[in-house]
Design a protein. Sequence first.
Length: 532
Amino acid sequence: MPTATELLREGKTKELWQKCCGFLDLSMEQFMTIQRELLLEQIELLKRCELGNQVMRWAKPGSVEEFREQVPITTYTDYAPYLLGQREDVLPEKPLLWQCTSGRSGEYPCKWVPVTRRQYDELIDAFMAIFLFASCQDRGDVIIEEHDKLLYGLAPPPYVSGSYLRGVADMDIFDILPPMDVAEEMGFEERIEQGFKMGLSKGIDVLPGIPSVLVAIGERFGQGGGLKRAVAMLTKPKMLPRLLKAVVKSKLARRPLLPRDIWSLKGLIAGGSDNAIYREKIKDLWGRYPLDAYGSTECVLIAMQTWDYEGMSFLPQLNFLEFMPQREWDQWLAEPTYQPDLLLLDEVQAGESYALVSTNLRGGPFVRYFLGDVIKIESLRNKRLNIDIPQMTFESRIDGIMDIAGFARLTEKTVWQALENSGLVYQDWSVRKEAGETPLLHLYLEPKQGVEIAEEEAVAVIHEQLKKLDSNYADLEAMLGLNPLKVTVLPIGAFQAYIAKQRAAGADLARLKPPHVNPSEAAIDKLLTPVS
């Protein structure tokens, strides 16, 4: 069968779309048939390997139903003895590569995860689908072309984003700026700077990135530094026409120079929990909405948006998906021996939130794996685009849910949106539930350079925004007369100083910043330490 790259080069756009994006045409029955057939194949692989037998507790299921009845829910702790040492002899299939993500402080510094050849090949087609969706206007449109320029704006391997970008490079379609072999030897800021220099000359067609980074870079242009920054990157005379045209465009619009004046992107991809928060800012700065995709290091790719930039559609071929209702995850987390009742994709309800449980297909190692993510089923189908697959959005990490007085269950996304809506000019933040005579939602907020934030005023405006976003939070005041919010304004440079301390201590890249939700006491102490 021809590859996606071969189909694109041969101009067989209809066949390319069907190969990579055809899953959107599946009925719910067809989707579940694929899930079941691939799971049965995976069960046989698991029965024949040491890791599979261990995590299945030596069960020998002969059907999907028996698998779901007999096999317990797992977490990375079940796999750590095997995967941290990158033992290939115990796995269902020999891995093509290993990638890592953050682990647990005090237990293991990072989580190593193998990826099989078959998973990787499926990912290549899924990546192509993402690029097609990010650039098209309608079903079947193929705008992407060979030698389109793609900016390298992600962390390098073995982090998952860099590993995935290597997969994109293996497609041999895009010209990556800077080239992979050069980019992976650079630091992040140097890589971005060099990429933009090359982009002034060659153009940038496709931009995968991190939402907060895209906003930060775009705001540098919008705050008056854009022209100086662009001029500083001029290294060749042929770059000048592109810049002059951009300057004229911004002057006619009577605003500062923005990235969208310099580059007209075909596609922009930015996954992550903050994507929904920043999507309007990103569009204003870069000229396009970011296409969202959802996955994890352990379960590769799970779902993606399509060209309407609304809910994400699930993929059938990489993971067997199960969904844990809230009442079930509450009991399971309280009683680890409890066997929760999970649903399949054709059993979920619109408007409900679920914790996701995933079993790798295509030879991957994870079995009924509890990701710790909460997703929401927005609808059972996309009516406008005639997609019969349920549509999801990412809500939060389970450990990122803060229960306040049994009324409100606030997520990172809600707090972040309230901050954005408040109009406060801030650099970064962290929040946690703290003990006291009454429930306390304590927000630690660093202003931007040159900005002053009064704590009482911040409490008032953020509290009002939280009430607008979450009716249960509003009930805290209406029914209990309670405002649980406390704001502590951090010194300028607090988060940068924290990062410097972590880097000096040799911390893993994923641990350089404190989490937005429920940081440790030690992390808060570091943030509160005066900046020298």
